[in-house]
Design a protein around this ligand. Structure first.
Ligand code: GLA
Length: 395
């Protein structure tokens, strides 16, 4: 058992003066490829990680909900199941709860679907680097679903848990994200990536075993907040693009990712910049994801690396969601011996990038990237080796 396990158990015992009924871990995620297309009906390829969120919890008979975070110097929230039932599912109603808007939003969405819940108490702690873009909010939402499922014996499957967690994030926390993060946090498995079709929620597991290679996760430590970022602006640009060119194609296309590169080239002149660039990213990124899955299945790690590089370049030049920190860390990684590819991962504007590197060169590459980043950006980055892990709904 690791330090986080101890930390959350101790926090629970200190606050509630008893031993918890359930203890659960929900992973964070890294997306290998297929970026910014989960809200365009595209195909994405994320993995669940061994870093994530831990929770210790028990039911309460008095209908109260008590939540404590071991991370924000014991930040403590107290409310009641009946109060949450009465609240409107809009961000203004949940704002005052701070970080607890995520678990309480999930609670609300479960109630709205007719699940029978009552009071409970929960202590949480995360091992994800804060603000790193490795999906700490989705991890907390899925943790809450898994905890409530166990405490109240709910008939809740992972796909439903991810769908209602996205609704909670959108309606209660005010972030209009796609479904990738919640889905992988709920359904991911050790040594596997999930190829998820975000237009149908069909999915398949694909082996993610790199043998002689390692995946580095490189945290730029540039703080980013999805709600503050240009995330919603990009979504709106994509909606604009599909509303114009989708109609011109036969049959009509509802999602940008249903448009092939050839079709796109035929109709793109109907759009203006920067919308053409944004749409080009989505249309081509979808194809790259499918190529990447094939490359992994064929053991062609070199091709997988090239696709990762191409994805970053498109996110930098066309989608414009990288920035100096992510570009610097990616360039530094690409310059190292044994590195086959590097790209930003997640929403961008800061957060993390990944690099695919030969195992025997990984330590040297890590040291060099840290040095170059500090020289250019002025503060330290943080680099770790990615380890995949089972999600609570997948086992
Ligand atoms: C964030 C969102 C996801 C996805 C990525 C970009 O992580 O939560 O839904 O859109 O950005 O691929």
């Amino acid at each position: 058992m690791n330090e986080f396990y101890e930390k959350v158990k101790d926090c629970y015992n200190d606050y509630f003066d008893r031993t918890e009924e359930v203890f659960i871990f929900a992973p964070g995620r890294v997306n290998l490829i297929g970026e910014h297309i989960d809200y365009n009906g595209g195909k994405v390829l994320p993995c669940s990680l061994s870093v994530g969120t831990y929770g210790a919890a028990s039911k309460r008979k008095d209908g109260r909900i008590l939540l404590v975070s071991a991370d924000f110097s014991g930040s403590y929230i107290e409310t009641e199941a009946d109060v949450i039932e009465e609240l409107k599912d809009e961000p203004e109603s949940f704002e005052a709860f701070g970080w607890a808007a995520y678990p309480l939003g999930v609670f609300k969405k479960l109630l709205m679907r007719g699940f029978k819940l009552g009071g409970f108490e929960m202590a949480v702690s995360g091992s994800l680097p804060r603000g790193s873009g490795l999906s700490s909010s989705a991890s907390l939402e899925i943790l809450t679903c898994a905890v409530l499922k166990k405490l109240f014996r709910l008939e809740l499957d992972g796909v439903t848990a991810s769908v209602l967690s996205v609704e909670a994030e959108r309606d209660c926390a005010g972030v209009n994200c796609g479904i990738m993060d919640q889905f992988i946090c709920a359904m991911g498995k050790k040594d596997k990536a999930i190829l998820l079709d975000t237009s149908t929620l069909e999915y398949e597991y694909t082996p993610f075993i790199l043998k002689d290679y390692t995946l580095l996760i490189m945290n730029t430590k540039k703080p980013r907040r999805l709600a503050d970022s240009k995330y919603n602006e990009r979504r709106a640009e994509c909606e604009k693009a599909v509303s114009v060119i989708g109609k011109k194609l036969v049959p009509e296309r509802k999602n940008l990712c249903d448009i092939t590169p050839e079709e796109f080239d035929r109709v793109k002149e109907l759009l203006k910049e920067p919308v053409i660039k944004r749409a080009r990213h989505a249309v081509y990124e979808n194809g790259r994801t499918l190529d990447a899955v094939r490359a992994l299945q064929n053991g062609d790690i070199a091709l997988f690396g090239k696709l990762i590089d191409a994805s970053h370049d498109s996110l930098r030049d066309d989608y414009e969601v990288t920035g100096i920190e992510l570009d610097t860390i990616v360039e530094a990684a690409r310059a190292q011996k044994g590195v086959l590819g590097a790209r930003m991962t997640g929403a961008g504007f800061g957060g993390c990038a990944i690099a695919l590197v030969e195992k025997e060169s990984a330590e040297e590459a890590k040291k060099n990237i840290e040095r170059i980043y500090k020289e250019k950006i002025g503060y330290d980055c943080e680099i770790m080796k990615a380890e995949t892990f089972d999600s609570p709904f997948a086992v």
